[in-house]
Design a binder for this molecule. Sequence first.
Ligand code: FMN
Length: 777
Amino acid sequence: GAASALRTSVGGCPIDHSRLDPTGRPVSPNAAAFNPFGEAYLQDPAGALRWSRDEEPVFYSPELGYWVVTRYEDVKAVFRDNITFSPSIALEKITPFSDEANAVLKAHGYAMDRTLVNEDEPAHMLRRRALQEPFTPEKLAHHEAIVRRLVREHVDRFIDAGRADLVSEMLFEVPLTVALHFLGVPEEDMATLRRYSVAHTVNTWGRPSPEEQVAVAESVGKFWEYSGEVLDKMRQDPSMPGWMPYGIRLQPEMPDVITDSYLHSMMMAGIVAAHETTALATTNALRLLLENRTQWEEICADPSLIPAAVEECLRFSGPIVAWRRIATSDTEIGGVAIPEGAKLLIVQASANHDERHFDDPDELDIRRDNAAGHLSFGYGSHQCLGKHLARMEMQVMLQEFTTRLPHMRLVPDQEFTYLPNTSFRGPEHLWVQWDPERNPERTDPSILDRRQQVRLRGPGGRAVARTMTVRRIEREADEIVRITLADPHGRPLPKWSPGSHVDLEFDEFSRQYSLCGDPDDRSCYQIAVRKDGDGRGGSRYLHERLTVGDVLRMRGPRNHFRLDPDARRYVFVAGGIGITPIIAMADHARRTGHDYEIHYCGRSTGTMAFLDRLVRDHGDRLTVYRSAEGVRLDVDALLADPVEGTLIYACGPRRLLDALDEATRHWPEDALRMEHFTSDVGKLDPAQEHAFDVQLAESGVTVHVPADQTVLTALRAAGFDVPSDCEEGLCGTCEVPVAEGEVDHRDVVLTKAERARGDKMMTCCSRACGKALTLRI
Ligand code: FMN
């Protein structure tokens, strides 16, 4: 491979250059062994890179000649900055072809050039804006009926057979037909188009041998010619429906933006992009859900879970596992120096299994709170244009399968094979079997008339709630109860990370409570609730009305108060009931052997939760301050000298947190991490506010926010479904990504650095500083 070629080229030089990266640092053995065309990566790309996420999250692969990026935050940061990290190499051949193969491509006039996916600014945004209209949810709505009809027809063909390879029977053909329809391309010989698509994947992301290269070049060349012919035919009558004729019609208005080369390249890339991804995604999703039978049965019983299941499957096993960028200047990623011209392989499959972002990442959980934060559609200004179409197709296919074939199972002991390449992943076959006698429609044909809804804007909050039973209610301290919650069927609950909270739903409202038990105990969750006599009634309800055996709806766990595992030392500060997330963090620090200390402030022994447990488990790490005894924490003295590598985690009353904020002004930015239980966002005072506009970049809509409305209210009024919980800027549920404009942040969730970055906002309380904001929704 490339490594040995490099070794021979340096001849007699005593240094093994294949073991140095381009900046002259030695390459680790794991990095040298990394092979994205090998079985381990193909079968489980996230697992094959676990060592990297843990030990070397950015590494140079001599085999590939690329830098590989594997952690969630780093992959997202690369996607976010498309100027420093240019997408121009996204469609370049990852394996250079032989002269002979290149000659074949040339003979076919092959000239694939810029499409949206590999284009730099400012050309890219101009084109994307000009061409995105047909992708808005409104414009896509009418495709749903076509998708459903196609799915039905295909399922009809094999529903009585009892056995099928879903890939060859429908999972390729349905998305391909939809793609052609969307593009406005006449339906052609499907088998040929599928062969062309596979050739395109191998041409761009594979490692074909010199002999294979010639065959691949032949198919790709024909695909190119075919795309040109379709385009020529379309030009004769561009009044037809579809995205390509739409582009042709726009061409006279903007000839510099929509060029001939663009149309030809896009025709070919579009046919692939629009179907192969959806086909692979659906295949992966069905396999995963059938392997996690309980969750399959849950979505069969409650189809409203399907949108959430789709997101979790896209996270767990997305169709695009890695993408490419090139550094346009010397820069750094996650602290690693990256030279100008460095090629990057950013591995979304690895990012989507990064435990620094997703708790218990290798567990499928269709109710995972932050599943929709996956990077399978990319992120930032190049995010998948067709994601709404993909979501819709996946949801319709799952709706039809769960309705008509809920009893199907994977054929046991089948081996799943994958096309060797860095980026497109899904099993080549998916064999399922079932007993046709038990097809539900045989006894109840009316199931086919059931109307099912598709959700294009991500799963809603209520849809992912779990039902929980109250197992125990115990007194923890004066006015504080400890409540133990469990799954009603005794099923294991998701693992969680310290700092997580859950949302308990009451009739009309919900309340957040931090988890304070053992994160590894999957049989139950523990919360501790302080009764707020003057509050809004949530805590009073839990104290006075809740009884053992009651059933509650719960969302989460969700974590906006994460422990940074790379800190050298933690200082934990808790005031009153703020001990709940802190005790879980302290337990964790002890288990992982971190250096830490706990400062716990309260009124008196009787009012302080978990004192015995803290004394028992944390002994001399713990200092207790009881105000009734006149002992108070002196935060200025405690934090007088900043210590490199020390992080302060604090939770408690506003006064304590404000004092800590004040006392750490001379500390490094973000050394203080806080969680607030209450806020004083209060009621919106229209006299103090100004109106502004929010532009929705992906939907192409502008929403006006009057002085007396929140962004959340205005978005909902315009038909956009943004989930929310506390609506006080505390819980982080209503976060949306921001593309442009200065945000007047009023929440207490975002850290200073996150505010400064300005790429997200809480819509329940934050507003625009100026006249307009652009959001990525
Ligand atoms: N209150 C508690 O008593 N215990 C907790 O562990 C707790 N954790 C919270 C975590 C978060 C992230 C937030 C935003 C709030 C938390 N609260 C906690 C406060 C409660 O959500 C709620 O505001 C409080 O019980 C008062 O509700 P009430 O006014 O309806 O009585």
